[in-house]
Structure formats: C-alpha cells, structure tokens
Design a protein around this ligand. Structure first.
Ligand SMILES: Cc1ncc(COP(=O)(O)O)c(C=O)c1O
Length: 378
C-alpha cells in the first residue's frame, strides 16, 4: 500500500492517507524546547539502561496523576517506545511451550512479539457491538494449562474499542485463577472520548502480575522520539532492563529529557488534541453510517474506525471481483487514491481500518471518494 501510494504521489495524484498510526499534530512546543535545552545542557551521553531516574520518577508522577496508579520509580523502565517495552516483556516472560491470549482484531505486532519467543499466540474472538470486548465463552475455551499470559489493548488499535471496567475485571479474575501475566497496553489511554479511561491495574486488589505499558508517542504526538515506559513487578522490570541494556544500551538521552517535560509539564496540548480527535471521530462515524450497507461502530477511543464492509465483498468493479478486505482496500487506493489498512492484517476479514489522524477536510474528501467507489461496485 505504501509503495503504491508513493508511486501515485510521484505521478502527481492527490493521495489521501488514512493509514497512519500517529497523530497529525506536531510535538508541542514546550516539549521541543526541552529537547533543545537538553542538547545545549549536554544531555548527549548514555543514560542508565532503564532510563534516567528523573524520567522514571516523572512517569511515576504522571501515572499517579492521570491513572491513579502507584508505582515506585524502581518498578518502571523507560524503553525506545511502547513497542520496545512490549517486545522486551515478551522476551523476558514467554518461551517455547507457552501460549499467550490475544484478542482479535489485534494490533499486528502482538502475534509477532509472542511468536519470536517461541510461544504461541492464541486468538480469542470479540464482540464488535460491545466495543470489541472479549467473547468470554471463546476465552474459556481457549485457556489451557500452557496459557501464560493475556494481552489487553484498550483503547484498541485497530478498532478504537474501549472496554468497560466490568469486562476488564472479568479478564483479570480469569487471569488470577491461572496466575497469568496480564499485559495492559495503554498507549492510547489519553484518547478516550465518552468516559475517562480506567487503568487496568486499578481494577484489582492484586496487580502483582499486571504490567502497564504507556507511551509518549500518541499522547504527546511524539512517535518519532521513541519513548515508552512500563510499570510492574520489580523483578520483571529488572530483567527487561538487563535485556535492554544489552540490545540498545538506553533510550535516546535528549528524548528522555523532553519526555520529562511531556509527562509533568503543561498538559493543555493533550486536551486540545483529544478534543480535535473527538470531532473527527464523530464526523467519520456519521459519514460511514450514512453509506448504505456499511456498519461502523462508534469507537470509544484511539484514532481509528474499523467499519465492516461485508455487504460489499463479492461485488465487482469493471468485471473484477472484490473478494477480500485487502481487495477492497487496494481498490480504494487504485481508483480513488485513498490509503487505508485492510482488516486482514489485524485478523478481521470484513473490515478496513481508517485512521482519523487527518484534517476534517481530508476526512470529508476521503469519505466522498470511498462512498463513490462503493457505489460503483455491482
Ligand atoms: C496498540 C499499540 N501498542 C503499542 C504501540 C507502540 O507505540 P510506540 O512504540 O510508538 O510507543 C502502538 C503504535 O502504533 C500501538 O498501536
């Protein structure tokens, strides 16, 4: 998709890219300035492997302030993005013979993080009409004596679904019974639009086997800075630090200083971005639901919608059948220059992910094109 989009752009075609997994805003000025000052002040050397103590303290303060989580800085590691943290944690906790529960549709990296440890990803269905909460019957059927962990990602990429506290608690109760490790990927925790986010570890009296993953990427429009952090059991955090120390030495020192400003400095940009995303979410969901035959649930968070196009699969354009969500996504690109990500990659065969990290003008133009493309199918 990316190379095809680049090819079209080079030909002068007006491509609208709704495949992006990052805010379209710039990193707030106060954070940029903190990085400039960090360089001027000489923060240009290696830091401790798990991150600067000042940053681990800032992360602890942020998690207390925003999420009511109580972690000691020693229970926190800073990594090169949430992705790096998740990878490290899988390496430390899972191995061949283990099984790890992943809810489908899932973020594409989860199955690979698990597979490279030798463990097996086990996919559990979700209910699209209930913010993609787990199908608990399917979950019960998939648990075995080999199950070692469960990955929760609410708000979710790709669905935007935000689980109810009750659904998370039900998963936690199941996990506790079998002493499973629970990964709570909270990288979209600041991007919920209908209710304040509740961190998973606050929903139980015993959070000893819960790892909380957060990130500066989406919250502060800092995807390129590569700063994420994880909190949980000190022994696991220590093992992750050892692994990280041997692979990357430490996260970028300048970005770490900037992240302190992000986490405990002025938070007004977070609110502004959230308000803009909410307007766009409502716009894009309304537009999709006004198209005949498309179902688009109202996601509670993140910046993705995940409409269902099953009524259009099997139709034809110029005699050529559009059979899969990949075919449809490619058709939107080839005929209308709209870039999306097909649900196939997330384990959902009827859906396509549209990111609304784009201007309202671009969203409206893209939706005009998509609607027209769907009307041209017979
Ligand atoms: C669900 C989810 N988790 C984690 C990440 C990792 O983000 P980062 O490594 O930039 O912190 C992403 C990024 O797209 C994501 O969508």
């Amino acid at each position: 998709m990316t190379s095809k989009a680049a090819e079209l752009r080079a030909k002068g075609v007006d491509v609208i890219n709704l495949s992006v997994g990052e805010p379209d805003f710039s990193t707030p000025k106060n954070i940029q300035n903190a990085a400039i000052k960090a360089m001027e002040d000489g923060f240009t050397r290696y830091t401790p492997g798990a991150g600067m103590m000042d940053l681990r303290q800032a992360a602890a303060m942020k998690m207390k302030r925003d999420n009511n989580l109580n972690y000691d800085p020693k229970e926190i590691i800073v990594s090169c993005g949430g992705k790096h943290s998740l990878y490290n944690a899988c390496q430390v906790l899972f191995q061949s013979g283990d099984e790890v529960i992943i809810f489908a549709p899932y973020w594409v990296s989860f199955p690979d993080f698990v597979s490279v440890t030798g463990a097996k990803p086990i996919f559990v269905n979700t209910d699209s009409s209930k913010q993609f909460e787990p199908d608990f019957e399917d979950l019960a059927n998939k648990l075995t004596s080999k199950t070692k962990g469960i990955i929760i990602n609410s708000p979710s990429n790709p669905t935007g679904g935000v689980w109810s506290d009750e659904a998370v608690q039900e998963v936690l109760a199941i996990a506790k019974k079998q002493s499973l490790w629970v990964f709570s990927d909270e990288c979209y925790e600041q991007l919920t639009y209908d209710k304040k986010y509740t961190s998973t570890a606050t929903l139980t009296n015993d959070a000893s086997q819960i790892l909380t993953f957060q990130s500066c990427s989406k919250t502060y429009a800092m995807t390129g800075w590569r700063i994420g952090y994880t909190a949980g059991d000190a022994q696991v955090i220590n093992a992750m630090s050892k692994l990280q120390g041997q692979s990357t030495s430490c996260p970028n020192s300048i970005a770490q200083v900037a992240a302190i400003e992000a986490l405990i400095g002025d938070q007004s940009a977070v609110i502004k971005m959230r308000d803009a995303f909410k307007i766009r979410r409502n716009l894009i969901v309304d537009r999709f639901n006004s198209i005949n035959g498309v179902t688009c649930e109202m996601p509670g968070g993140a910046f993705y919608v995940f409409p269902d196009f099953k009524n259009y699969l099997g139709k034809k354009f110029n005699g050529k059948e559009i059979n899969t969500s990949s075919d449809l996504s490619m058709y939107f690109l080839n005929e209308k220059a709209v870039v999306t990500v097909s649900g196939d990659s997330f384990g959902a065969k009827n859906n396509i992910r549209f990111s609304y990290a784009a201007s309202e003008e671009n969203l409206n133009n893209a939706l005009d094109r998509v609607e027209n493309a769907l009307n041209n199918l017979v």
